[in-house]
Design a protein around this ligand. Structure first.
Ligand SMILES: [Zn+2]
Length: 131
């Protein structure tokens, strides 16, 4: 597979997926360290904690994170609105910010990722299962 940014050939087990694109590690770090995305330190920390947890990072999740993840896993890909309304059925006081926080944690653990479709007013944010 080739890196979508620098076109370098990447072994399949070293491909980093972000927002629907494939990156080599160097480009992934550049993409992820842009403003308004998560910082590289957090990704490394999450990787380390995932390694400590063993193969399935999902075992260390809080019940709320687990519910969020299980729903994405079941659906494969779900819009942010649908996911939040599903979560609110169980956690009526949950805020969008909390939802974003859960998403960020799960993304750091490489359990889910996100992508956008459409532009401007019509943009939809999707949450996808990582693998
Ligand atoms: Zn690259």
């Amino acid at each position: 597979m080739r890196c979508d940014k620098c076109q370098v050939e990447i072994p399949d087990d070293e491909v980093y997926l972000h927002a629907g694109s494939n990156y080599c590690e160097d480009c992934y770090i550049v993409v992820m360290s842009r403003p308004k995305t998560c910082d590289v330190g957090a990704v490394s920390a999450a990787r380390a904690s995932k390694a400590l947890l063993g193969q399935s990072g999902e075992e260390g999740l809080t019940p709320m994170q687990k519910k969020f993840y299980d729903y994405v896993k079941e659906k494969g890909s779900v819009t942010q609105e649908e996911l939040i309304s599903y979560m609110k059925a169980s956690y009526p006081n949950m805020t969008i910010e909390e939802g974003d926080g859960i998403f960020a944690t799960l993304r750091h653990l490489e359990l889910v990722k996100g992508h956008r479709e459409g532009i401007g007013e019509g943009v939809k944010v999707y949450v996808d299962i990582w693998s």
